[in-house]
Design a protein around this ligand. Structure first.
Ligand code: ADP
Length: 489
């Protein structure tokens, strides 16, 4: 059907869609035709979508019925679009654009007799960062890089994915190619459960019980909500089929990892990655060596709280401000560099951060990290989120995690507030567990064993809900803006 619309080698095909079987078909069909699947973030504003599509100029777009309200505001601003394929509906006519119902287009299509020969270094997908620290940045994934990433995801000591699993793919397909999990599942024969639009904890748990899901992947904010729902109604869902879940894209708290393990027998595999690396960099299962098998339960939680070892094919390095390697002692921190088989070599467009792709193939991740003598990497913070107080760096992420571990807290995020005397000071935002209360003094006492007094937050602001980015991470840009408003008033 896509071929009949002229999609061929080098053509990007945009999707504005949720995780469902038709989107999965397109994930497979577009690259097989030599085109590049281009999943666009459904949570972006029209301006963000237009700014990305204006660079890639996709002629064909697949559009989910539940996003019908975007047609009038978005499509007239995208004059390069010639065909819109409605997933589950017939989009209304827009001048200059031919509208198709997905099922009718497919029914009329002829089977393809041969696939084109493709260059393995040609683009098979276009992905954009979620814009946590700035506007979206777009990279191309090649057939080669995605194939290698997919093979690595299928390794036993990654997430133990196999043809016997049922994977609930919660990660939206527009977020870093659904972390490539749709491809890994297709390669291995894993049964896929695709949740479409509703990612509420109750709906996800309904799907887990109904389809006897064995594994699933999502960002920590989703897992925190799922854990809270389970704790609130432990008898409501049967999660006995679930063996392990993957939490990636942001840092999980130790209490979340412990909660799933101790109360539900579910292992949390911690993963680090980024859009620019196609996208998974580490996956850290609870046990991969004999030494790890002998760990006591508390050591195991610490072990699972670090991002872990790089997947085979990637190299992680940490360097100081002078570019020298820092000791691999698990404590010394510096700039995290990544290189290897599926690291992109640049953005598709001009961008002030293009310099982060070094000529020697190493990518400056924008993260501050440490590596220990076992090769395990810990993310300490994003460079842009560090708090510089009196000339010393304070890790906002370490504070997030420590405050987030308190029983009164559902979610915590620390941001820098400009300060005349110290330059910047940390300020914490928290959402509290139902019925809980918390004051700054209690937080400071609880943190005393891990942090110096000067590293602790100066203020604590309870908020009803944490602002989230379009990929479900805590939005520190929004919190900084909120704090500035509070300071101004
Ligand atoms: P964005 O930068 O817009 O969030 P990505 O989704 O590509 O776009 O995010 C990549 C970044 O997310 C990483 O550079 C890192 O800062 C953060 N991240 C990813 N996984 C983790 C993790 N396990 N722990 C802490 N931070 C993480």
């Amino acid at each position: 059907a896509l071929k009949s619309l002229g999609v061929g080698i080098g053509d990007p095909v945009a999707t504005l869609a949720f995780n469902d079987h038709r989107h999965l078909d397109a994930y497979l069909a577009v690259p097989c035709l030599g085109g590049a699947i281009h999943p666009v973030n459904t949570r972006w504003s029209d301006d963000e979508i237009v700014s990305v599509l204006a660079r890639t100029r996709d002629r064909v777009m697949l559009l989910d019925a539940r996003l019908a309200d975007r047609v009038d505001s978005l499509l007239p601003r995208c004059p390069w679009i010639e065909h819109v394929i409605g997933l589950g509906w017939s989009p209304p006519g827009i001048e200059g654009i031919t509208s198709h119902h997905h099922d009718e287009l497919l029914a009329a299509a002829k089977p393809m007799l041969a696939w084109p020969e493709l260059d393995e270094t040609s683009a098979m997908a276009l992905c954009s960062t979620s814009g946590t620290t700035g506007g979206p940045k777009t990279v191309a994934y090649t057939h080669r890089s995605t194939c290698l990433q997919t093979m690595a995801l299928g390794l036993t000591d990654c997430m133990r994915l196999s043809g016997r699993d049922t994977l609930l793919a919660i990660v939206p397909m527009f977020h870093a190619l659904g972390w490539c999990l749709p491809y890994a599942a297709a390669m291995l024969g894993t049964r896929l459960v695709l949740p479409h639009r509703d990612l509420s904890a109750a709906r996800l748990l309904d799907l887990v019980s109904k389809h006897r899901v064995t594994t699933a992947a999502a960002v920590p904010t989703i897992w925190n909500a799922v854990l809270a729902a389970l704790d609130a109604e432990p008898q409501r869902w049967d999660v006995s089929s679930v063996d392990r879940i993957v939490s990636g894209g942001a840092a999980p708290t130790a209490s979340m990892i412990r909660g799933f393990r101790d109360r539900y027998g579910i292992e949390v595999i911690h993963s680090w990655g980024m859009t620019e690396i196609n996208p998974v960099g580490t996956m850290s299962p609870a046990v991969t060596t004999r030494e790890e098998a002998a760990m006591d339960p508390d050591q195991r939680i610490e072990h699972q709280s670090v991002a872990g070892r790089p997947l085979p094919g990637l190299t992680l390095e940490v360097e100081d401000e002078q570019g020298r390697p820092v000791p691999t002692d698990g404590r010394s921190t510096g700039r995290l560099l990544v290189s290897g088989w599926w690291v992109a070599d640049g953005y598709l467009h001009e961008h002030p951060e293009t310099d982060r792709f070094r000529e020697d193939g190493r990518l400056e991740t924008g993260d501050v990290a440490s590596i220990d003598d076992r090769g395990r990497m810990t993310i300490r913070d994003r460079e842009k989120d560090l708090v510089k107080s009196g000339g010393e760096w304070i890790s906002s992420l370490e504070l997030d995690r420590a405050i987030g571990d308190l029983p009164e807290v559902m979610a915590a995020a620390v941001v820098a507030r400009p300060d005349e005397k110290w330059g910047e000071r940390p300020v914490a935002f928290v959402t509290l567990a139902p019925g809980a209360s918390l004051d700054l003094e209690t937080v400071r006492i609880a943190l005393a064993s891990k942090f110096q007094t000067w590293q602790m937050p100066d203020d604590l602001h309870p908020v009803k809900t944490m602002p989230l980015t379009s990929t479900g991470k805590i939005d520190k840009k929004a919190l900084r803006a909120k704090m500035n408003d509070m300071t101004d008033s």
